[in-house]
Structure formats: structure tokens, C-alpha cells
Design a protein around this ligand. Sequence first.
Ligand SMILES: NC(=O)c1ccc[n+]([C@@H]2O[C@H](COP(=O)([O-])OP(=O)(O)OC[C@H]3O[C@@H](n4cnc5c(N)ncnc54)[C@H](OP(=O)(O)O)[C@@H]3O)[C@@H](O)[C@H]2O)c1
Length: 252
Amino acid sequence: MSDELRLDGKVALITGAARRVGRAIALELGRAGARIWVHHHTGTAAATATVSALAEVGVSATAIGADLRDPAATAALFARVAAEGGLDVLVNSAAAFERLPFESIDDERLMSMLALNLAAPFRCARLALPLLRARSGVIINVLDVAATQAWPGFAHYCASKAALHMLTKVLAVELAPAVRVCGVSPGTVQPPESYGDADLRRVVEKIPMGRSGSPTDVARAVRFLAAGPEFITGAILAVDGGRSAAGPAVGE
Ligand SMILES: NC(=O)c1ccc[n+]([C@@H]2O[C@H](COP(=O)([O-])OP(=O)(O)OC[C@H]3O[C@@H](n4cnc5c(N)ncnc54)[C@H](OP(=O)(O)O)[C@@H]3O)[C@@H](O)[C@H]2O)c1
């Protein structure tokens, strides 16, 4: 990465940063010079490991737990972040992913998906806003190519990411010029652990670059949007090997 893409003196909070893509974003923003809040839910030990990995490269980081479906727990998280010095970068990465036929998505499953993938980043943005306004900060939402493609079997997931895609744009307009709001839209960068070879082949066939990406690809895009040109807001950067450019696909 360019030496210009620095976040020295900044504070970044990444939700769902104990493992996988969120962890890669935490490591990348830490390497860029930011102090890192490693948010986690069940992954307490994994979050501690992420904090240790950051410490090994000289980055100051703190693990912070919260169930982001719980408004009170989320408010307590941001109260602590405020009390300990404020925030420059909020990355909403925590999310749920689930394949289910439409008719078996009952109200409970629907609301659970929306609670984490839409209401939580909405609430986090609102709670972070006073902190971000004070520092000309930035919000980066982690979306999905599924926000703009129709995938049978993923109605609640696609709808949640489509709503977050629109929220990203609305907030970019409403919060300008004080706070920038952008999105990164990954394709397959780290398949679910349950995926077998046939699942991976099916997905890779849809990617013009002919392979999956990596969590680091997403992390570098987040770093660019956080530390790059300050005239960028409302941008949604596809990190998908050309999958969305290839046009609407039916199915994941
Ligand atoms: N992986 C991909 O290829 C891919 C592709 C497209 C888009 N994306 C997007 O990229 C982001 C990260 O993907 P990922 O695959 O790394 O995600 P993931 O492993 O499915 O989940 C990320 C984190 O969400 C957290 N989480 C789950 N329930 C929570 C709750 N109730 N409260 C707070 N946090 C909760 C978990 O934290 P704990 O582990 O601490 O419980 C988990 O580590 C997501 O927004 C996803 O939609 C990923």
C-alpha cells in the first residue's frame, strides 16, 4: 500500500473483528497507523489473538465485546469508546449469512438477519456520529455483491445488504460534509467454512477473474476509503473479481 494511505493518530473501530474479514481489516488499519478497537461477540479468545497480532507489529489495540443485536450493549460500547478518547473510523463488518428457502424464513429468522445486518450498522452509525463529527470521521459499511444481485435461497440476506447499500448512500448525502460514508462490496473472499469443493467451483465459475479474492483485498479497499482522497463519499467499491460488472447473476 502507498505510504500516503496512513491513519497515524486516528482511532478505528471494526465490528466483527475477531476473525476472518473483520480481522484482516483490523490488521490493515492497524498497519496504517490507527489505534484499533477489535469488536467481537462470541469470539472473545479470537479477539484477544487479534489484539496480540496487532501488538506484535507495534499497534495499540483493545478488544471490546457486544451483541450488536442488543441496543443497550451497543450503546455501552460507544459510551466506552467516547470515554476513552473518541473515534475517527467506524467499519461495520459484523454480519450474518444464511441460506434458506424463502418459505422457511419465518419472522424470527427475518428479524434476526435484519437486526444484525441492517439495524446494527444503522444504530452504530447513529451512536458513533457525535464522535465522528468531532473529528471529520468516516463510516465504511461492508456490503456484498448480493446487495445488487438476486440470489435464490438468500432472500433475507440479499434484502439486508441491499438496504445497507442504500443506507450507505443516504448517509453519505445526509452527513456530508462532516462525515464521509462509503461501502466496500466484496464478492467471495473467504467462503463459509461449511462450503465444499462443489460450492467453491459453482461460485468461482461466476467470477471473471477465475478465482476467489482474499480478506486482505477487502481490507486494502477499506484502508483506501478510510485514508485516501477526502472528496470520496457515497462510493461503493466492488472487491469481487469483476462479478458485479458481469451483470445480474441468478444465484449465489
Ligand atoms: N466472507 C466473504 O467471502 C464475504 C463475501 C461478501 C461479503 N462479506 C461481508 O464481509 C463481512 C465479513 O464477512 P465474514 O465472512 O468475515 O463474516 P462472518 O465470519 O460470517 O461474521 C463476522 C462476525 O460477525 C460477528 N457477529 C455475529 N453475530 C453477532 C452479534 N449478534 N453481535 C455482534 N457481532 C456478531 C461474529 O463475531 P464473533 O466471532 O465474535 O461472534 C463474526 O466473527 C460481512 O459483512 C459479510 O457480509 C463477506
